[in-house]
Design a protein around this ligand. Structure first.
Ligand code: DC
Length: 223
């Protein structure tokens, strides 16, 4: 039997950095489900699909194939065989992902892939609906969050040296809107599972959060 850890939470809470480090410590496979949604969004953008046109969305999804593979322990995501791991990190793709991931047709395309991985391997899977929908029986569920201000500051520092940088207030507004969309969509909204442990990383370092997760895992393993 595999051991599964689900980490959910809003954008910018540090999920992927923390999940990657914790997975490494545990020798688990880190599954970044956001990257899978991003690959689909890139496919939809490339084909200029109007995602509100259901027939167009369905036929586009039929032609989109998402795969993941691990190269030197890092997850790479593939869109119809092409490695798009870097191409999916643009603002344009983030925006389309936030809209297209609200579509049930898009979500159901990835459910089986994610559950299959978890059934075969010890995984630490991060996303928005892992503890609530994808792996309701996960051995450990974590809801990782941080205040809007903290998340905005982190993103501000990341982009400060790029051209066309946004102000802190603009970033805060964007984070609020994206949170609202992720939490209020009809299909698989972001919410803390009843049996998830809440970690607020606003005043914690990455190392502190990782050790808290490792502590929770060892409690579960020894229970
Ligand atoms: O974690 P991320 O920023 O890469 O996620 C990109 C978008 O995908 C974000 O708008 C939420 C969505 N997403 C989702 O709906 N379900 C998941 N399991 C993972 C991400």
């Amino acid at each position: 039997m595999s051991f599964n850890i689900a980490i959910d939470g809003p954008a910018g809470a540090g999920k992927s950095t923390i999940a990657r480090l914790a997975a490494k410590e545990l020798s688990f496979i880190y599954v970044d489900t956001g990257a899978m949604y991003r690959a689909i969004a890139l496919g939809l953008l490339r084909n200029s699909i109007d995602i509100d046109n259901e027939a167009a969305l369905l036929s586009a999804l039929d032609l989109i194939e998402v795969g993941i593979r691990y190269v030197d322990g890092e997850q790479h995501v593939y869109l119809n065989g092409e490695d798009v791991s870097l191409l999916i990190r643009t603002e344009e793709v983030s925006d389309m992902t936030s809209r297209s991931s609200a579509k049930p047709q898009v979500r159901s395309k990835l459910t089986a892939l994610q559950r299959d991985l978890a059934a075969r391997e010890n995984v630490l899977m991060d996303g928005r609906d892992i503890g609530t929908e994808i792996l309701p029986d996960a051995d450990l569920k974590i809801y990782l969050t941080a205040s809007v201000r903290t998340r905005a500051k982190r993103r501000y520092l990341e982009q400060a040296d790029k051209d066309g940088a946004c102000t802190l207030e603009e970033i805060e507004q964007d984070i609020r809107e994206r949170d609202y969309r992720d939490m209020h969509r009809e299909t698989a909204p972001l919410r803390q599972a009843d049996d998830a442990v809440l970690i607020d990383s606003s005043d914690m370092s990455v190392e502190e959060v990782v050790s808290e997760i490792l502590r929770l895992v060892s409690l579960k393993e020894n229970a």
